[in-house]
Design a protein around this ligand. Sequence first.
Ligand SMILES: [Zn+2]
Length: 388
Amino acid sequence: MLAIVCPPSVLAFTAGSAPMPGLCRRCGTPPAMQLDGPPAMQPPEGTMSARAARIALPVAAVGVTSVTAAGLFSTFAGSGAPAMDSGEEAEARNRLAVVDPRAEATMARYYPGALGSQTIDRLVADTLGRKGYSPGNTILATSTCSDEVNYKSKEMIDLMATRWGENFALGGLAGVPFVGKAGFGAYSHHTPDGGKMLILFAPHVGVGYDGVVGKIQRVSQAEVSTACGAAVGAFKALMAEKAELQAKGIVMGTPPESQINDYFSAQISFIKLKLRTKLEKVMSAPDAQTFVAYQMYTLTREALAESLFGALPGFFDFGGEVAVVGGIQVNRADGGDRFMPLMFQTLTKGGVTTDLYAETFGPPPDLTKALGGTIPQAELFDFRLAQK
Ligand SMILES: [Zn+2]
């Protein structure tokens, strides 16, 4: 019995590149055998939560498609990925045909509440539409890693840029907004007169077809590579440095920021400098790469707040309000990316902060199982976009 139905893209690639032409590089079987295998996804048991039901169905559709919604969503229980307009439903069904249960189990444990790209794009737009945001009066900016895996067609950045019209790129390696205060100032000064700003920030992490966190199978590459390469690379370098110092009986401290002295490695040096202060409990976490991904989120959030508030007062010269969506972009080899929302707030020129998370995504998911208490729930969800 085969558990995996590899997608056509993998099979096609295999024909030209693998040692055994015609065989899938993942499971070693020919396409015909795979097609005879069982469904790729075993629908988890459980009923649709209130959160899932609310997201799954636009109010107007309740009562008309609820049976379909419940049936479709039951297969996503745990990963929290309902999608009920026609495009999202098609996306979900396609996904079910190619994902591996091991990857879905990883998602359910470490990234509960993660949603598909189309769903995130729609939910954010619906909420902001009710608040007066429109493509005509809003300018989008995104702070995501330079890695091309984040810019695939029909995934979140592409969808949002298409919806909102333009996209000011704030990010550098790992999604940290390396444009800094000057970049935030420049972005804000491109806002339509009297309009609004929308910022999405997200570090990213890969979840391989086999459920391994921090890995991704890229198109046309036989080898599995890391994602996020910058975050994983910084983490590995820091752990190696710590082990080396420990062998000499030295406790690793925090170097002065002046250590960033190589202008041509400035971004990775910054990431290492900041991440090293957040790794104390990594060995106690259920999954080290997941711990790093969530810490990269807090690191990126801090950098964003420093840059945004550092760009005041000119930041609101043209627009009176900014909306900020934060989370973790989960890159998947098969079935489309997922996004784990962790923050959605607006801030006005007058300093009024409004939390839109629950209104948009429902109550925050419990991450106790994902992080084993190494990062408190409050540290991830109680952040408020306000000047210190
Ligand atoms: Zn990256």
